[in-house]
Design a protein around this ligand. Sequence first.
Ligand SMILES: Cc1cc2nc3c(=O)[nH]c(=O)nc-3n(C[C@H](O)[C@H](O)[C@H](O)COP(=O)(O)OP(=O)(O)OC[C@H]3O[C@@H](n4cnc5c(N)ncnc54)[C@H](O)[C@@H]3O)c2cc1C
Length: 379
Amino acid sequence: MTIYDTEDLEAIRQQTRRFVEEKVVPQADEWENAGRVPPEILKEMGAIGFFGLRVPEEYGGVGLGALASVVFAEELGRSTYGGFSITALVHSDLAMPYLLNFGSPEQKAQWLPSMVAGETITAIAVTEPDAGSDVAAIRTRATRDGDGWRINGSKMFITNGGIADLVFVAVRTNPEDKGSRGLSIIAVPREAEGFTVSRALHKMGWHSSDTAELSFSDCWVPDDHLIGSANRGFYYIMENFQNERLVIAAQAIGETTRAVELTLEHVRDRKAFGKPLFDKQVIRHRLAMASARLEAARQLVYHTAWLMEQGTETVKEVSMVKALVGELANDVLYDCVQFHGGMGFISETAVERLYRDVRIHSIGGGATEVMLDEIAKRL
Ligand SMILES: Cc1cc2nc3c(=O)[nH]c(=O)nc-3n(C[C@H](O)[C@H](O)[C@H](O)COP(=O)(O)OP(=O)(O)OC[C@H]3O[C@@H](n4cnc5c(N)ncnc54)[C@H](O)[C@@H]3O)c2cc1C
């Protein structure tokens, strides 16, 4: 429970939980092996309305705020399949917001309804081989050519890169401006000439999430694919990072909470030295402390979402949430695997998968060290 819970949020929680139990868990091992989530399941999610939580009614959504995303992400996280969760969340909460927050009414009318329906899947491509934490270092260029833009460069580690129908690409549109100035966001359709998925990347975790390296070689898109204003891209990225980091933290809270529940079941059931493992004080104390830390972090996630809904500037709180939860998830999953004993090392257990899946939470979308610097600047 949080003081921010409402009937709407509880309905989203229950609906997502039911969907996860009925449609995700029974099939997700196959997706892990295949390295991607099938488009049909994303369409099914779209048909239910999961991708329209933040989208205004005129474009097919229900126009809710950050708390709705947090509840949705937390429940997806509880599925214990991080690869599936991030596939859906990159579409709904990391990529689509570029159009939602900065697109023109014409662009929204053109694309949003099919994105909400899960028929047009999206990705956001900021990171490059030589620019990750330091977004201002990106080099992919877009130059004016006729009534459009010609793009050259490459992008690295792009979630949904191989399955997306439309990719929001961060490019340098003004070569004179170095650093954070002169960046823009351009929507590139999968079929654009000169755009290729150069390779799929195999990963430690998130196996069902498609992660790709993208290449742009004289790729041309028309003017109306520029999102918002030219040279305002850095500002757009920094603004959207706040929702992205909050939502990923909510996913991690769901994953870690479920891992603790599964570990509690295991240690209550499993006997060693004549008694359940739970009777060992060291084990139940570790799990009690994990639960306390998780509850505190969860309340901060919800509170930060509420602050965001009030229109308050939340960079400090979001950075706190991202740093705290990324590290917490890793600490707690270490213990969950430990208390499962040998079974925790066996691939058929959820904690083994989650241990691998949560590793990214202290790196991706803002590494812990970068988040700590954001907090420190605001102390
Ligand atoms: C599975 C996966 C999916 C991803 N999906 C996407 C996506 O969809 N779109 C996208 O654009 N990107 C995506 N990324 C990229 C991700 O956001 C970056 O990997 C992340 O921002 C870190 O950048 P980097 O890998 O270049 O690490 P670097 O920037 O090289 O940093 C390496 C390490 O150095 C340390 N470090 C960095 N900066 C500082 C600092 N200021 N002070 C102290 N220490 C520091 C941190 O420990 C950091 O982990 C994804 C990455 C992965 C692995």
